[in-house]
Structures are given as C-alpha cells and as structure tokens.
Design a protein around this ligand. Structure first.
Ligand code: XIL
Length: 318
C-alpha cells in the first residue's frame, strides 16, 4: 500500500508527482517514483512548457515528455499534462515576437494543436492556461494579455478542445487558496471562457504552501466548492509545503504534518476533488530552494528518501 492506492480506495483518481527525465538516472528516486501504489500519476515538471517543447518556431522537442509518458504507461500510471498558454518559460520567439492579434492567435492555435495532438488520448488533463492572474485579481501582464486582452483564454480553450476532445481542460493558478480577490477573479475567468462559447472542465489549485501559512481544511474546502458549484472538477495540482527557514526543528516538522493533513483532508472532503499532484516528492529535487532562497524541505520525502513525519501523517489520514 502507498499514498496512491490508499487515495484511490477513498474514491479519488490519483495521488501523483511531478517528475523529469533528469531524475531518471537516480536509482533510489526511481524505485519510489515507479511504484504505482505510491504515485499513480506523473506530470512533467518542465518539459511540456512552451520554451522547452518549442524553443524555436515549428521545432518541437517531444523526447523528454515522451519518455515520461511512456514510463507512466509502462508502470500503469496516469499522465497529467502541463502547460500550454503561460507567461513564464516562454521561448524568445513568443516572448519577443512582433505580434498582431491574428498572428499571435494563430501561433497559440498551432502550438496547442501540435503539442496536444502529439499527446492525444494520453493526457488525463491539460493545464490549458496557467497563472493568468496577479495576486490582486487583475490580469497579469504578458505577451498574451498585451496583444489579445482576455481573448487569449477562450482562444486557448477552444484550440485545446479541438486538439484532444478527451482531455480535461484546466485553468491552473496559485494563491487562489488564500487570496480572496484572486479567487473571485478565477471565478470570472471561468465565466468569461464559457461566455465565449468555450469549454472548461477543471480548476487546478497549485497549493504551493508555507509551513504555518497553509489554509485550514475548512477554508480550502470552501474555496474548492466555489468552483465545484460552477460544475467543475478540482485538483491540488502542485502541492508542496515549504519551511520558511532551515533547518526545520521538530516543531516545524509537526506543523508541516498538520498542514499536509489539512491539504489532503480538504481534497478528501470534496467529492469533486479528483486528485493531488506533489511538485516533486523529495527535498532532493524540489524547486523551492533555488526559487525562494532560505526556504525549503517542502516535500514528503527527505533528500535521502526517508519518509518525513508529514508522509506518515498523510498516510494515516488515508
Ligand atoms: C517550476 C519548476 O518546478 C522549476 O524546475 C522551474 O525552474 C520553474 O518552474 N508554477 C507552475 C510550475 O505552474 O510549472 C512551476 O514549476 C512552479 C510554479
């Protein structure tokens, strides 16, 4: 038994993890990640993003995500796909291009048709648009918003629906769990996608939390239910809970356990919360220390692959 098999027994679809091909050579890591009872779903941490997958226009690099999806399928695991229209990790030709409405619309459509077409039938879901909002609920400045206004959202979702009708189409963002103005704005995003005649199936809560700063289970449930009430499914799409300073003492480790239990418990309590993805499962490969210097140890497994107190707490909950 592991986190995924126990989560599935509770009626959920997946408990998975982000992973990447540069982790493939680490045998201790591989023993854990290939155990489908522990992790029943993979998402590529970087290699499906626009920059890595289409570094120059029309030049598609599918090798890394292909090897991740092949491994998932070989292990009997699900595959979740990430991300299509996002302001970050863009190739220079998109970021610095001289675009008109027509040419950028066509570039988005071609990118989505080609990438989603390549993985057609293999992705449980796609993060179609990622992080379109600022924390105050206004639209984030990006090449997409500057050229197309909010039309980049329905343009992306319509292209996605056409490219792979079987994939669930998600809007994915962070801090929706904690900042009311941002949650309200995400509700309006769902409405504007639908008003334009496009389909959206799910809302991904990244769930990048801090130890001691994680919302309560009740608060998370209430936030997820705002989107469930609109007919969407929801997921915790990138869960990690970072210590603000290191090393973590026993009190901090206990708080991390409490926080992980709140997050996992919230998904358990919402029938339409279909699953949870960890943004890496070991502190050895977490993105946190390089992005937020001083913070870290955000994962359920330590850097040497021992199970942390939070792992045990989550397992006991399931
Ligand atoms: C992060 C990766 O983990 C890092 O390796 C990379 O350098 C930057 O991106 N929100 C997202 C993810 O949607 O794609 C980000 O992943 C983390 C924040």
């Amino acid at each position: 038994e592991g986190l995924h098999s126990l989560f599935v027994a509770s009626g959920k679809l997946f408990f998975g993890t982000a992973t990447e091909t540069n982790n493939f050579g680490d045998s201790a890591y591989q023993v854990i990640v290939n155990n489908k009872n522990e992790f029943g779903m993979f998402v590529p941490e970087n290699s499906q993003k626009w920059g890595p997958i289409e570094p120059t226009e029309g030049d598609f690099q599918f090798e890394s995500p292909d090897s991740i999806v092949n491994r998932a399928e070989g292990n009997g695991q699900m595959f979740r796909c990430h991300a299509l229209t996002w302001h970050s990790q863009l190739p220079a030709f998109v970021e610095n291009g001289t675009w008109t409405r027509e040419t950028l619309t066509s570039a988005i459509q071609t990118h989505i048709a080609t990438v989603m077409g390549h993985y057609k039938g293999q992705c449980y879901s796609w993060d179609v648009v990622n992080e379109a909002l600022n924390d105050n609920g206004t639209f984030r400045d990006s090449v997409f918003f500057r050229v197309l206004g909010t039309d980049f959202l329905p343009i992306s979702f319509k292209a996605a629906e056409a490219a792979d009708p079987t994939a669930k189409l998600y809007y994915n963002d962070f801090n929706l769990e904690t900042i009311r103005n941002k949650t309200d704005a995400a509700v309006r995003i769902v409405e504007l996608i639908r008003a334009a005649g496009a389909r959206i199936d799910g809302l991904g809560f990244q769930a990048h939390f801090r130890v001691g700063g994680t919302p309560s289970q009740a608060s998370l449930v209430a936030t997820m239910n705002r989107f469930v009430d609109m007919g969407l499914e929801v997921a915790l799409s990138e869960l990690d809970i970072a210590h603000n300073s290191l090393p973590a003492d026993s009190r901090a480790l206990a708080q991390q356990s409490t926080d992980y239990v709140a997050a996992v418990g919230a998904c358990l309590a919402v029938p339409k919360c279909v699953g949870i993805t960890l943004w890496q499962f070991t502190d050895k490969y977490s993105w946190i220390p390089s992005t937020f210097p001083g913070a870290g140890d955000a994962c359920l497994f330590s850097a040497n692959f021992t199970k942390k107190p939070a792992y045990t707490a989550v397992k006991n909950l399931l």
